[in-house]
Design a protein around this ligand. Structure first.
Ligand code: HEC
Length: 125
């Protein structure tokens, strides 16, 4: 009994650690996942804003601060700084993480898709 509990706890810790590590993502696969984002976002340096803001170097940027893009008030007031962790939460379900933000995207349900696309975004800076 006791052993079972410890083993379950250890498994949970391992899962939490791997979920928290964006480094586990595969940037090449993430580039393919990014096709879902590319309808609205460019990611090349100096790329234009489309329906959504350019995402070059977005990691480390405060949300809602790229010059020349008209963000929602919700995004500007979110107080979020983009990191692997906040991107993971946002991309799981954008409307839950920042209510009333105007990104019309349901989210990436698969952990692996998020890990890969975040690895790709991290590589574009
Ligand atoms: C239908 C268009 C659309 C799609 C598809 C889309 N986005 Fe967005 N995205 C937006 C819009 C619009 C905003 C601005 C939201 C706001 O101001 O409330 C945004 C904002 C963002 C931001 C915040 C940027 C900043 O400067 O603060 C990130 C990060 C982001 N999107 C990532 C992604 C990723 C990654 C994907 C693909 C998995 C994606 N988006 C798919 C339209 C889209």
């Amino acid at each position: 009994m006791k052993y079972g509990k410890v083993a379950a706890l250890a498994a949970a810790v391992v899962m939490a650690l791997s979920a928290g590590s964006a480094m586990a993502g595969d940037a090449a696969k993430g580039e393919k996942v990014f096709k879902k984002c590319a309808a609205c976002h460019t990611i090349d340096a100096g790329g234009k804003n489309k329906v959504g803001p350019n995402l070059h170097g977005v990691i480390g940027r405060a949300a809602g601060t790229l010059d020349g893009f008209k963000y929602s008030k919700a995004m500007q007031d979110s107080g979020v700084t983009w990191s692997a962790e906040t991107l993971d939460k946002y991309l799981t379900k954008p409307k839950d993480f920042i209510p009333k933000n105007k990104m019309a995207f349901a989210g990436l349900k698969k952990d692996k898709d998020r890990e890969d696309v975040i690895a790709y975004i991290e590589s574009q800076k």
